[in-house]
Write a new protein. Structure first.
Length: 357
């Protein structure tokens, strides 16, 4: 099984990608709206099909990317039956299986942070994804969205602490750089509910936290009750549609790439910017007909000489410097920019014509 832990630094949210590599099917747990392009790029680069997005609860600190992935990748949305969300493809209850290939996650209802929280346990009980119920040396708050401290205490002790001691627990958030813990560690060391702390001790602790409400709660909760659909989400889909000028692929590194064969067939409709040095431009690899030489170090000073209304394709030897150039152009406000993936080396490997060599 493939497993990746992804992070959103703004909300300190963890997103988890799990996949049966042999079957090529994947599940994404708690995706974040702002990271949808990043996550979909990783899924594509790994050659996977996203089967499901799964929400551990209705989040109050970020908007889910579930609806956006449904539109981009055709994935189905899974939420807890107790979450009260609209627009899900499937609502799950305690004991149900979420299967992807030969792998499966088992749903355990763990309310307390909200009324509809679930924990997802890998079939062999080696891993569990606890959402905001149990965190590393902490737990989620219990003062809104149907939360209840007594319910939380019982959920953790009965549904999470009952897992094998070696079971690795992956939280929905962490604000201190922690990535994973275990059942044994939290049973012993969690300062809120580990060791000999009683339910009454826990309730007293949680009633005196005095936390302010999450900054995004007024935006996040309404959107998440619609599985991430909002006007902003629809606008993001429209922005992605604006990149339909070529068969582009968004990379995990954060920029668009365009295939060499498409460029060769559309030389007259794009601006080719070759960011190599002059000796490379006329060297053994040559250059693409019509390409303009603008070495990377000089590109920033030459932006006004480029046509902002025509797509720009950046080129270098292997795709590294041209990727930097593509990002530079994007940040400078150029709307249609793509990197020639693999650069001149891939262009040569595909037998495409060059000049000047």
């Amino acid at each position: 099984m493939l497993f990746r832990q992804l992070f959103d630094p703004v909300s300190s949210t963890y997103t988890y990608l799990l996949a049966d590599v042999a079957a090529g099917t994947a599940v994404l747990v708690d995706p974040v709206f702002e990271q949808a392009r990043r996550d979909s790029a990783l899924i594509r680069e790994l050659g996977l099909q996203l089967q499901y997005t799964v929400e551990t609860h209705v989040h109050a600190d970020h908007v889910t990317a579930a609806w956006r992935h449904q539109q981009l990748l055709g994935s189905r949305i899974i939420v807890s039956a107790g979450a009260g969300a609209e627009g899900a493809d499937r609502c799950v209850a305690h004991g149900e299986l979420i299967e992807f290939g030969q792998c499966a996650l088992v749903v355990r209802e763990t309310p307390g942070h909200t009324a509809g929280c679930i924990t997802l346990v890998l079939g062999d009980k080696s891993l569990a994804f606890t959402g905001d119920c149990l965190l590393v040396r902490g737990c989620g708050r219990t003062d809104f969205q149907g939360g209840d401290a007594r319910t939380m205490y019982r959920s953790i002790h009965e549904q999470i602490f009952s897992l094998p001691s070696s079971c690795q627990l992956y939280p929905g958030h962490d604000y201190n750089g922690n990535t994973v813990t275990t059942v044994a560690e939290e049973r012993e060391f969690n300062p809120r509910l580990g060791g000999l702390l009683s339910e009454a001790d826990f309730v007293g602790y949680m009633q005196n936290l005095g936390l302010p409400h999450p900054k995004q709660i007024d935006v996040a909760v309404p959107a998440n009750r619609r599985c991430g659909y909002s006007e902003a989400a629809a606008a993001a889909i429209a922005i992605d549609a604006d990149q339909a000028w070529a068969p582009l692929v968004f990379t995990y590194a954060g920029f668009w790439e365009v295939p060499a064969h498409w460029v060769e067939e559309h030389l007259g409709s794009v601006q080719l910017v070759d960011v190599r040095e002059p000796e490379e431009f006329t060297g053994s690899l040559g250059h693409i007909e019509g390409a303009r030489l603008l070495p990377l170090g000089e590109l920033k000073g030459a932006l006004e000489s480029l046509d902002r209304d025509r797509p720009v394709v950046t080129v270098c030897r292997a795709g590294g410097r041209s990727a930097q150039a593509a990002v530079l152009l994007q940040r400078a406000g150029f709307g249609k920019v793509a990197n020639l993936g693999g650069g001149m080396l891939r262009w040569h490997a595909q037998g495409l014509p060059v000049t000047g060599s």
